[in-house]
Design a binder for this molecule. Structure first.
Ligand code: 13P
Length: 252
């Protein structure tokens, strides 16, 4: 059985003051049968590590360097993330692909470093609106996945893939549960080409997930939880989404 997971991606939001309120609010999270993670900006890792101590909530970062160590000004290595107790790291988010030119091979290499450091990479894939409208969704996602699967095909049960249609991120326009399920099923089929373990690989959905649509999305057979942007910035909304993930008895 795949364990459900809900991860918050704070993106470039927060301050010491507002984080304290948000993280404090997450203490109300019941111990659940679902993995809960918050991925915070680098400067706040220490604060989040200390605020989350004693809870079952995991800590994650939003990116890591492709290098292990060295003269790479501004970069943050996986071992540095481990120093702050990170269990997870997002790699290949569409915002990094679009604004920082991250290519599939670099994303795969980052995911590999994270696994080697004992962390779980949350690897994002997804198509733009133009790609969807031209019927290229599967071709685009297939290519993004193949780079990862070639390198990490034998570690599918450890990594997490997040399907995030670019057109649904921060737009309030969510993929319908059926649209999301179709792509998730495709991702699993594609992974099965590389390894028999595809059934154990978790695939999250991200893109305008809110408390009122989370339940229907998470009830789909191939959706194993969510990667949450805007709604992870309010403790009540994030916890409502966690509750939706644990309410579905199908996959827990
Ligand atoms: P929103 O939930 O704000 O649409 O963001 C999704 C996302 O990009 C999570 O990584």
């Amino acid at each position: 059985m795949r364990r459900k997971m809900v991860a918050g991606n704070w993106k470039m939001h927060g301050s010491l003051q507002s984080n304290a309120v948000l993280l404090g609010g997450l203490h109300a999270a019941p111990a659940t049968a679902c993995d809960v993670v918050v991925c915070v900006p680098f400067p706040y890792l220490a604060q989040a590590q200390s605020c989350l101590a004693g809870t079952a909530i995991g800590l994650g970062a939003q990116d890591c360097s492709i290098h292990a160590e060295g003269a790479y000004t501004g970069e943050v290595s996986v071992s540095m993330l481990r120093d702050f107790g990170c269990s997870h790291v997002i790699v290949g988010h569409s915002e990094r692909r679009a604004h920082h030119g991250e290519a599939d091979l670099a994303v795969a290499a980052k995911a590999r470093l994270a696994l080697l450091a004992g962390m779980i990479p949350i690897i994002c894939v997804g198509e733009t609106l133009a790609q969807r409208e031209s019927g290229a969704t599967e071709a685009v996602i297939g290519m993004q996945l193949d780079a990862i699967l070639h390198l990490l095909g034998d570690r599918l049960s450890e990594l997490v893939v997040a399907y995030e249609p670019v057109w649904a991120i921060g737009t309030g326009r969510t993929a319908s549960p059926q649209q999301a399920q179709d792509v998730h099923a495709f991702i699993r089929t594609r992974a099965a080409r590389h390894h028999v373990d595809a059934q154990s690989m978790r695939v999250l959905y991200g893109g305008s997930v809110k408390p009122d649509n989370a339940g229907e999305l998470f009830a789909q057979p191939d959706i194993d939880g969510g990667l949450i942007g805007g709604a992870s910035l309010k403790a009540a909304d994030f916890l409502a989404i966690v509750a939706a993930a644990t309410a579905d008895p199908g996959t827990i």
